[in-house]
Design a protein around this ligand. Structure first.
Ligand code: 1GP
Length: 254
């Protein structure tokens, strides 16, 4: 695991927990939920054993709504609320931390460095803990792929993902997110997770299209430190499913 000296408290906490077992983060989209729904979902997520709530989406535009949702979540739960922005509009001063990501396989420099340069001003001003992260989109057709102008890595080309993972490692990024896209039909394959795990020494996050216990188990066993569940929980509001998925994920020990 990477040197923790330069990390903020949330990242340190996540790394500490991830050394024990795989973790689950629950993702909420502030624009598809009312305040009341968000509060209900995060209570269930915390009780089910989620380690953090991510708030974000590729098309978050309404910052007033975002602030309101983040503020309500923060009042409701103890686990960290972490921003997962698709653009500068996804930054809220209320959050505990931000996945400060660069979309490495975008064809548009805006999503690799320019949004980051603009967003960093707000992150500093609001004193939000930044967790440096390489964001890599797998496959095509998701909103993240479309908005981020990504050249999606084919699902069956783990070596291509490894190339980006090595680049992320060389650039000093402490976490890496393999993203199939919200509500994706196909999730990242465990073979790709295994290949990236062998070559990346930081927090490995995997999400997109994970909606059952078996898939979550295989991806955690392949070496993901964190598995992100969004659509399957947000759409069904089923804490039974979430509990089963999280129980499986955290049973994968390190
Ligand atoms: C999307 O990886 C996350 O950014 C979660 O995906 O909504 O498909 O769970 P799902």
């Amino acid at each position: 695991m990477v040197d923790t000296e330069t990390m903020g408290s949330i990242e340190k906490r996540i790394c500490r927990e991830a050394k024990q077992n795989a973790l689950c983060f629950v993702l909420l989209d502030s624009e598809s939920l009312s305040d009341k729904m968000a509060i209900d979902l995060v209570k269930k997520a915390e009780n089910a054993g989620a380690s953090a709530i991510l708030v974000g989406g590729s098309s978050t535009i309404d910052q007033i709504e975002l602030n309101q949702v983040v503020s309500s979540i923060k009042k409701t739960i103890q686990i960290p609320t972490i921003l997962f922005p698709g653009n500068v509009t996804g930054i809220s001063p209320m959050a505990d931390a931000i996945l400060f990501s660069s979309l490495l396989n975008s064809e548009n420099p805006y999503f690799i460095t320019q949004a980051q340069a603009l967003g960093a001003i707000a992150v500093k001003k609001y004193n939000i803990e930044a967790i440096p992260m390489a964001y890599i989109i797998i496959g095509e057709g998701s909103s993240a792929w479309f908005v981020g102008r990504a050249r999606g890595i084919p699902f069956d080309k783990p070596k291509l993902a490894v190339m980006y993972a090595l680049a992320a490692q060389c650039m000093g990024m402490r976490s890496l997110y393999l993203e199939a896209g919200s509500g994706a039909l196909h999730h990242v394959k465990p073979e790709m997770v295994t290949a990236v795990r062998k070559n990346f020494n930081g927090l490995l996050i995997v999400g997109g299209g994970i909606r059952d216990v078996k898939t979550a188990r295989e991806i955690a066993q392949a070496g993901a430190d964190i598995i992100v569940i969004g659509t399957a929980f947000e759409k069904t509001n089923s804490d039974k499913l979430l509990r089963a998925v999280i129980k499986t994920i955290v049973s994968v020990k390190r």
